[in-house]
Design a binder for this molecule. Structure first.
Ligand code: ARG
Length: 438
């Protein structure tokens, strides 16, 4: 078991099973880069407060930067017997500088560190996800440009409703995803990294932190530039609220809902029953028994992951409900749902962008489906209202009767002769019907 950040008041060793049960290093190692930046700022503050001498502060800072570099180069491997990432970094520093490391954790708490780390993680990942949307947008534009001036069947209640221009259909998703990306950007802009909460009541280092903050730019990589940082205003809420995670998970849930709806449309449209689209083979799988099968597994998994993503949001809302102020260990369990949602949505967006590029329309089948005259009843009613000044309710009735007649007599409205049409309305004739129905 690695050295802990506490223990002075304990006589007994921690129970081994309990230690395993309570440790978080197996997932919070992902916060290493942010935790190190917190430490780098803390070292400057400690020097400002004269708790560290200049040489001590330089030494600690160099070692921390060394570890940060390891993280950035993906060479950071955590030991699995540390309690958490804060302990892990502390022990690393101690290995490199010996006793001096004991001064690093002066006047600060893991409660402050973890809130800082998680806010930073959310900022960075929100921005990363916004970037992933760019490829998705290109793919949607590519798809609609590949099928200009083509109409498809539009649905309400999953019943044929009206014909609709294909590019409008694609744009519908474009606008939904655009709002999703904007929502994440706004979320990231609202994030302010706070420092100086201590365990919850604040610390005497406030002024020293204040002077340290401007130096943070030294330690940021390109994906972290633009993050805001400030002295904490209310340290109680800072260490004890996770509303920013709930907000992030909500935004991810909305993205997931949109992805799932798109997936569902494509699953439906690619069935033999619809057969409007041909899905890219490289994102489908076959059946071990039925040789003919080409299954839309990617789309099904996207739809299925909605359970996980909504569940993660529910988990956080439930963990936070009823927690007495301020920090409680329950909050440690916020990380797995957060990381899980971020990972899933990132993978989905990455693959979906490539998937959409490969979608093909079966134009012949679509054209045949568009021959269904019921798709044009609204156009006919609108014609009667606009051109013949018939009140809409009456136009609705006339058109309804017409379509019912065609259904009952298994004929096409287009094939009805003028005298038959006149029976429904004096304004109707074959020429008008042809015009409206094509
Ligand atoms: N692992 C903890 C978490 O994720 C860090 C804070 C621990 N604080 C404490 N007092 N035990 O929430």
């Amino acid at each position: 078991m690695a050295k802990k950040l506490w223990g002075g008041r304990f006589k007994k060793e921690i129970d081994k099973d309990f230690f395993e049960f309570q440790k978080s290093i197996q997932y919070d190692y992902r916060l290493a880069r942010f935790d190190i930046i917190h430490s780098l700022l803390h070292v400057i503050a400690l020097e400002n407060a004269k708790i560290l001498s200049r040489p001590e502060s330089v030494k600690l800072s160099l070692v921390l930067q060394e570890i940060l570099q390891e993280v950035r180069e993906d060479k950071f491997h955590h030991s699995s017997d540390s309690e958490d990432i804060h302990t892990e970094i502390q022990n690393r520093v101690e290995k490199k500088v010996g006793k001096l490391a004991q001064k690093l954790h002066t006047l600060r708490s893991r409660n402050d560190q973890i809130a800082f780390d998680e806010k930073f993680y959310c900022f960075r990942e929100a921005r990363n996800i916004v970037k992933l949307f760019t490829n998705l947008f290109y793919s949607l534009i590519h798809l609609k440009n590949s099928y200009k001036n083509i109409s498809i069947v539009g649905y309400t209640h999953t019943q044929r409703a009206q014909n609709v221009i294909f590019s409008d259909y694609v744009d519908a998703f474009f606008y939904m995803f655009k709002r999703d990306a904007d929502r994440l950007m706004e979320f990231s802009e609202k994030i302010v990294l706070c420092i100086g909460s201590g365990a919850f009541r604040g610390t005497s280092l406030t002024q020293e932190y204040d002077k340290a903050i401007e130096k943070i730019v030294r330690y940021l990589d390109k994906d972290e530039v633009g993050v805001k940082i400030n002295i904490v205003e209310n340290s109680l809420e800072h260490v004890s609220d996770r509303d920013f995670i709930i907000e992030f998970l909500s935004a991810l849930s909305i993205i997931q809902m949109h992805l799932s709806r798109f997936a569902e449309d494509m699953i439906l449209f690619s069935t033999q029953e619809f057969n409007f689209v041909d899905l890219p083979e490289e994102f489908c799988t076959g059946s071990s028994l039925m040789p003919h099968k080409k299954n839309p597994d990617f789309l099904e998994l996207v739809r299925g992951y909605t359970g996980r993503i909504y569940g993660n949001l529910m988990a956080l809302l439930t963990i936070m409900k009823g927690l007495p102020l301020t920090y409680n260990r329950d909050m440690q369990l916020d990380k797995e749902p957060l990381f899980s949602s971020v990972d899933i949505v990132k993978d989905e967006l990455k693959i979906m962008a490539r998937f959409i590029k490969g979608i093909k329309l079966n134009e012949k089948v679509i054209k045949k489906a568009l021959e269904d005259e019921s798709l044009y009843t609204v156009d006919l009613a609108e014609y009667l209202v606009k051109e013949k000044k018939v009140p809409f309710a009456q136009a609705h009735e006339i058109t309804g009767k017409l379509i019912r007649y065609a259904e009952d007599n298994r004929c096409k409205i287009k094939d009805m002769d003028d005298s038959l049409l006149k029976g429904f309305s004096i304004h109707l004739n074959q020429k008008i019907i042809k015009e409206v129905f094509t």
